[in-house]
Design a protein around this ligand. Structure first.
Ligand SMILES: Nc1ncnc2c1ncn2[C@@H]1O[C@H](COP(=O)(O)OP(=O)(O)OP(=O)(O)O)[C@@H](O)[C@H]1O
Ligand SMILES: [Mg+2]
Length: 340
């Protein structure tokens, strides 16, 4: 009962999720805050704010406080974290929660402190920070404490983190700033070049989710999506139909760069651990794990089997939540926080 309010949080570039013990994922919203630029007041947070992106009048701005996996706007990120922790606590007893927050591997000391302070301000009794790939691996159900190598590839909105984990720690990792946002940008660019049509990032994201793919299969070629944009020469709206094969072409160079990074991470991994990874397969998490054909591409290019985690978008939050029940891991995290 005492752990009832404890929370695991994934403070992501694209989405923030809060997992509460006994209740599961209670918050799953875009990491967006809409503010009134004149008064500085917060108008909306989460989904309602995301719906305003690209549609705001001059006096309102829809801000994504995290970019490339790190906090780009501290004040707004604090407001957002406070809001989500507050919403997650609504209706519960006043017992203050312990909170585990997933953070990218490379976060600076200043960023760590800002995130911890924001969580304390939001009502947390204690805050522990856990590397995102570790949280993702735990959420994906891997036994990270074993003396055996696991490779996790977490493709989020801002970054893709590739990590090899063994004996409860990250043996080596690579973080690249190519993930969902970069794929959306590639689609915006493609439609502009090929069709002389301007589209927004939200439209591009919809196209990516509907028909985006990175592996040559006839079934992917046949996929179609309708796109309405603004004709660059007339300035008038125009509707086009784009096909799966075209979007694959648009995503090709980003997909190849991700493959190169995965190969690079494997090259840096000690041979014994590579043997384990070959036996167990590479595990994909994060929203990008759902990109059609990415698993097949990784498998073809590395020669290693690939597993898409169940419910890949919630792995970090569920993994962070699960850590609260592992006293040994918490003790280690607390020591790490003090050592800094
Ligand atoms: N079915 C899908 N196919 C392709 N991409 C998808 C799909 N569903 C979601 N995404 C993409 O996944 C990304 C969000 O993933 P996720 O929530 O794991 O990121 P995040 O944790 O917020 O970001 P980061 O880890 O970089 O901080 C978005 O770019 C979204 O467009
Ligand atoms: Mg993430």
């Amino acid at each position: 009962m005492a752990f009832r309010e404890d929370m695991g949080i994934d403070l992501g570039t694209a989405n923030t999720l809060v997992f509460v013990h006994g209740r599961g994922i209670v918050i799953n919203e875009p990491s967006v805050v809409a503010i009134d630029t004149e008064t500085g007041t917060v108008i909306q947070v989460g989904l309602a704010a995301k719906e305003m992106i690209g549609k705001t009048p001059a006096s309102i701005s829809a801000i994504r406080p995290l970019k490339s996996g790190v906090i780009a706007d501290f004040d707004i990120a604090r407001v957002m974290l406070r809001y989500f922790i507050g919403s997650a606590r609504r209706g519960l007893p006043l017992l203050k929660p312990r909170v585990v927050i997933g953070v990218p591997i490379g976060v600076t000391e200043v960023e760590r402190k800002a995130i911890m302070d924001a969580a304390i301000e939001a009502g947390a009794s204690r805050v522990f920070l856990l590397e995102e790939p570790m949280a993702a691996a735990i959420g994906a159900g891997l036994d990270v404490e074993e003396p055996s190598g696991n490779m996790i590839v977490d493709i989020g909105g801002g970054t893709t983190e590739i990590a090899v984990i063994s004996l409860g720690s990250i043996v080596n990792s690579v973080s690249v700033r190519i993930a969902g946002d970069a794929l959306d940008e590639a689609i915006v660019h493609y439609v502009k070049e090929e069709y002389k049509l301007a589209i927004g990032e939200r439209t591009a994201e919809r196209v990516k989710i509907e028909i985006g793919n990175v592996f040559p299969l006839p079934e992917y070629d046949e996929l179609e999506a309708m796109v309405v944009g603004v004709d660059l020469s007339t300035g008038l709206p125009r509707k086009i139909i784009v096909q799966g094969g075209e979007i694959r072409e648009a995503l090709d160079s980003n997909a190849n760069r991700l493959i190169d990074s995965i190969k690079g991470a494997l090259e840096q991994t000690p041979p014994e651990l590579v043997t384990d990874i070959v036996a167990r397969g590479i595990v994909l998490t994060g929203g990008g794990a759902l990109l059609k054909g990415f698993d097949q591409l990784v498998s073809r290019e590395t020669g290693i089997s690939v597993i898409v985690a169940d419910d890949p978008l919630t792995c970090v939050a569920r993994g962070a939540g699960a850590v609260l029940e592992k006293v040994d891991v918490l003790t280690r995290l607390a020591k790490m926080s003090r050592a800094r």
